[in-house]
Structures are given as structure tokens and as C-alpha cells.
Write a protein that binds this ligand. Structure first.
Ligand code: ADP
Length: 498
């Protein structure tokens, strides 16, 4: 290990320089307390390396750097230049796709083809928000001849951003893109399970030309650095993606400190509803992709499958054959679809849900076991004979496990579709346009897919109804999270008041 980087290797890139420091003011630095923590390879459970850990003191330093950058030149930066810098960053992501994707697969365990897809989506997202930077416009409002009113959209200031481990780079881009486009400075905390790819991406921030302090990225634990960020008195806004349990803590921390603005993208238990008139081959592919993409570690995973009774038997037979064919294994093999779960903790949680389902009387149609004895691999699993009150039907498992059951008609489908406390996403498969629209409009979810699943796009808002969150990411809607509205009212003429 030399200084604040270490030589690591991936099967796809050979040796590369992995930064290990905290990225503050465009430099990699050690934490004040000199602490480090280990990063585990989920494929073989070995230690990849150690990275520097941020504690409360480092959060203070990073927030001061962001504040100084914001109050200094960044808030006066032209929108055109903000956009140009984001587009530079997008171009650098594109140029470094192989390295970024390989580091993602190494640290997170996701299949390399999927990791490349994630980096492609980062490019799209950063470029898209680069395009927005000079299109954030206000309004003139006429209240009568004596007054001239204009309404400005201003940046919020210093934004704390806390991201999860399931899409480490993509969440980085989703958070940084709109915040910086709107003129904010950020301190982003990565998840303790997956700090590596974000640190490689930090090298590109400097290369893109961002001034020091505009984007700061720290590695550290939720209860220490995450809690310090969400309760910090000089952070104007906190944006969080993760579990609903932690989302509640973030909101409490904001309420108990300076009432910073809060956006939350939380858990889900999304229904995937298949009508008898659907194209069955397509529906099976999308249901399979809906739950097993990213090893089931998606907040919008289609984990509750409902099939109309006429086709249920045929559907389940073919779906379980399909699921059993998913290639599970080494994330660096080009043909792998599903790699290991991210950590021992997640692996144990998922296996305990599988035990819970068995105990509650559900039937395992396929899967249910660990694969191998090294690495956190779990078979794609389907539970049938479930009832709506079972934990495996109500709670987010965040793994390759779904439940499947029958429904009779449209009303029934809508009722079960809406039967959890979550409302992040849903899907309906049908060849009848009226059914599609009626069901889509009746499901209480932030995104409803029709005859597809997981097809997110940076131009389309994404976020939760009910306990799945507050606010929307992506699309024009995400800019609302990072701007505040100012009204300026100017009295015209020289008539005296009263
Ligand atoms: P998961 O349970 O899937 O690991 P979490 O919601 O616990 O998801 O974690 C998502 C992110 O939230 C991570 O960056 C984690 O460090 C952070 N985090 C966890 N607990 C807290 C907390 N109390 N305050 C702030 N951030 C937290």
C-alpha cells in the first residue's frame, strides 16, 4: 500500500490503483482518527483491502469543505459551466466503463454484464443532468400593475447524501447529478459494504474539472458517519436511499437537528401481476428478471407474483424451469446472471426468511438453498401456497426469493397489489389495453410497468408512494429535491404606502 491508494487486481482489468482515502476538497485524505475498515469480496469472502473510515470529525471537515465551496465560487458558477462539468464527468465514466464495472463486480458481486449496464446508466444520468443545468428556470407572476414579481429556483446549499450497496455507482450518479446540476455542493457517504467503485469514480471528479469541495465522498458506517451527516447543523438537506427502518431514523435526525429537507427512497414489496391474456413467454421473462435481477437486491424487485387462476398451473411450471436455468456463479464470467449476495449479513437475513417461509407452511417450488460453501450464493427461490399475512409476502427480503399466488379478476388483482405498506413499483402483464390502464391507475405505486419490469430510465421519475419514500429521483422531478423557490416582489412606481 503506497500512500492513500493500493494496487488491486480484477480478472477483467489486471492491476489498477484503488484509492482508499476520504475524498474531500478533491484530495484523498486519511480520517482524523486514523481508522480503517475491511472490504470483503462477496464471491469468496476474502478481504479485498481496507479503506479509511470517516467519523463525526471527518463529516465536519467534509461539510465545511462543501460549505466553503458553495459560499465561495460555486453558487456563482454559470449554469453552462455546471452542465459542462457534469458532461465531462459522464464522458469520463464512458471512457472508464471497463474499470468501473470491474471494481463494482469485485466489491458488490454483481455480474459483470450488469455492472457495465449500471455504468452505462450512470453515463446517461450524468449527461442528462448536465443538460438540465442551464434549463432550471423561474417565472414572472402578474399580481397587478404596482408590483413586479419573479420566482427563482435556487440551490439548497450543502446536501448530505447517503447511498446503499446494491447499486453503488448508479446511486452515486443519481444523487450527484441533479444536486450539482442545480448548483448545490455535496457530501456523499457510500455504504460500508461497497466503498471501492465510488472512490475510483472520485478520481474522475478532479479530472472532469470540478472545483475542490463541490463533491466530497466519504466511506464510513451508517450509525457513525451517516448519523453525523443526517443530524449535522450545517447540512441543508439530506437525501437517502436504503431501508425504511433507517429512513425513519434519518427523518428523526433531521427533525431533531436543523429541520433539514429530507428525501427518502426506501423499501418495497412490489407486485408483478400476470393476467391470463398476457403473452406468457414475455411475462415469464419479465417476472424472472423482475425478481432475480441484481440477485433480488433491488428496492423495486417484483417479489410478489400474482397469476390469474386460468393460467396459474402452466405459468408456475414454466417459471420454475426458467428460474432454475438462471446462471448463478462467478460475477466475472460473461454468462453469469446472478452473483453472490453482498454480505454475510444479507445472506443470513435471506436464509432466515426462507426458513420462516417453510415454517409458515409455504411450499418451495424451486431453490431455497445455499450454493457452494464459499461466497454468499443463494439459489433462485420461489414460494407457493402462501397467504397474504405471511412475513415472506409482507416484508422486504432483498434477495432472490419471491412468492407466487393466484387471483381471480381485476378487482382481486388490484386489492392484493395494494395490500402492503409499501408502494414503490408494480407491474401488470396483459394484452388488453383497458386492463393495463385501469390496473396501472389503481395501483398505489410510484412506477407501474406494463408488459415489462425494472426498465428504469434517467428521464423518468422514480420513487415511492406510502412507506416507500418521500420525493422522486430521476427526471425533471429530481430537480425539485435540490432547489428551493424564492419569491421576489418589487413595488413599482413611487406612490407612498397607505
Ligand atoms: P441495508 O439494511 O440494506 O444495508 P441500510 O438502510 O441499513 O440498508 O443502509 C443504507 C445506507 O444507510 C448505508 O449507507 C448505511 O451506512 C446508511 N445508514 C445505516 N444506518 C444509518 C443511520 N442510523 N443514519 C444514517 N445512515 C445510516
Amino acid at each position: 500500500m503506497s500512500g492513500l491508494s493500493v494496487k488491486l487486481k480484477t480478472p477483467h482489468t489486471g492491476e489498477y490503483d484503488q484509492p482508499t482515502g476520504l475524498f474531500i476538497n478533491n484530495e484523498f485524505v486519511k480520517g482524523v482518527d486514523g481508522k480503517t475498515f475491511e472490504v470483503i469480496n462477496p464471491t469468496d469472502e476474502s478481504v479485498i483491502t481496507s479503506v479509511h473510515e470517516a467519523t463525526e470529525k471527518d463529516v465536519d471537515i467534509a461539510v465545511s469543505a462543501a460549505r466553503k465551496a458553495f459560499e465561495g465560487n460555486w453558487r456563482k458558477e454559470t449554469p453552462e459551466n455546471r452542465g459542462k462539468l457534469l458532461v465531462n464527468l459522464a464522458n469520463l465514466f464512458e471512457k472508464n466503463v471497463d474499470l468501473l464495472a470491474a471494481v463494482e463486480s469485485l466489491d458488490n458481486g454483481k455480474a459483470i454484464t450488469m455492472a457495465k449496464g449500471d455504468v452505462g446508466a450512470c453515463v446517461g444520468c450524468l449527461r442528462y443532468y448536465g443538460g438540465w443545468a442551464d434549463k432550471i428556470e423561474g417565472k414572472v407572476v402578474d399580481t397587478g400593475p404596482d408590483t413586479f414579481n419573479y420566482i427563482r429556483k435556487e440551490p439548497i446549499g450543502v446536501c448530505g447524501q447517503i447511498i446503499p450497496w446494491n447499486f453503488p455507482l448508479l446511486m452515486w450518479a443519481w444523487k450527484i447529478g441533479p444536486a450539482v446540476a442545480a448548483g448545490n455542493c455535496v457530501v456523499l457517504k457510500t455504504a460500508e459494504q461497497t466503498p471501492l467503485s465510488a472512490l475510483v469514480a472520485c478520481n474522475l471528479i478532479k479530472e472532469a474539472g470540478f472545483p475542490p469541495g463541490v463533491i466530497n465522498v466519504i466511506s464510513g458506517f451508517g450509525k457513525i458517519a451517516g448519523a453525523a451527516l443526517s443530524s449535522h447543523m450545517d447540512v441543508d438537506k439530506v437525501a437517502f436511499t436504503g431501508s425504511t427502518v433507517v429512513g425513519r431514523q434519518i427523518m428523526k435526525a433531521a427533525a431533531g437537528s436543523n429541520l433539514k429537507k429530507v428525501t427518502l427512497e426506501l423499501g418495497g414489496k412490489s407486485p408483478n401481476i400476470v393476467f391470463a391474456d398476457a403473452d406468457i413467454d414475455n411475462a415469464i421473462s419479465w417476472v424472472n428478471f423482475g425478481i432475480y435481477f441484481n440477485h433480488g437486491q433491488c428496492c423495486c424487485a417484483g417479489s410478489r407474483v400474482y397469476v390469474q387462476e386460468e393460467i396459474y398451473d402452466k405459468f408456475i411450471q414454466r417459471f420454475k424451469e426458467r428460474a432454475a436455468q438462471n446462471a448463478v456463479g462467478d460475477p466475472f464470467h460473461e454468462k453469469t446472471f446472478q452473483g453472490p449476495q453482498v454480505s454475510q449479513l444479507q445472506f443470513d437475513r435471506i436464509m432466515s426468511y426462507i426458513e420462516e417461509g417453510k415454517k409458515a407452511g409455504a411450499t418451495i417450488e424451486t431453490g431455497g438453498n445455499r450454493i457452494g460453501d464459499k461466497g454468499y450464493f443463494i439459489e433462485p427461490t420461489i414460494f407457493s401456497n402462501v397467504t397474504e399475512d405471511m412475513k415472506i409476502v409482507q416484508e422486504e427480503i432483498f434477495g432472490p426469493v419471491c412468492s407466487i399466488s393466484k387471483f381471480k379478476n381485476k378487482e382481486d388483482a388490484i386489492k392484493v397489489g395494494n395490500s402492503t405498506t409499501y408502494g414503490l413499483a408494480a407491474a401488470v402483464h396483459t394484452s388488453n389495453l383497458n386492463t393495463a390502464i385501469e390496473v396501472a391507475n389503481s395501483l398505489r405505486a410510484g412506477t407501474v410497468w406494463v408488459n415489462t419490469y425494472n426498465t428504469l430510465h434517467w428521464q423518468l421519475p422514480f420513487g415511492g408512494f406510502k412507506e416507500s419514500g418521500i420525493g422522486r429521483e430521476l427526471g425533471e422531478a429530481a430537480l425539485d429535491n435540490y432547489t428551493q423557490t424564492k419569491t421576489v416582489s418589487i413595488r413599482l412606481g413611487d406612490a407612498l404606502f397607505g
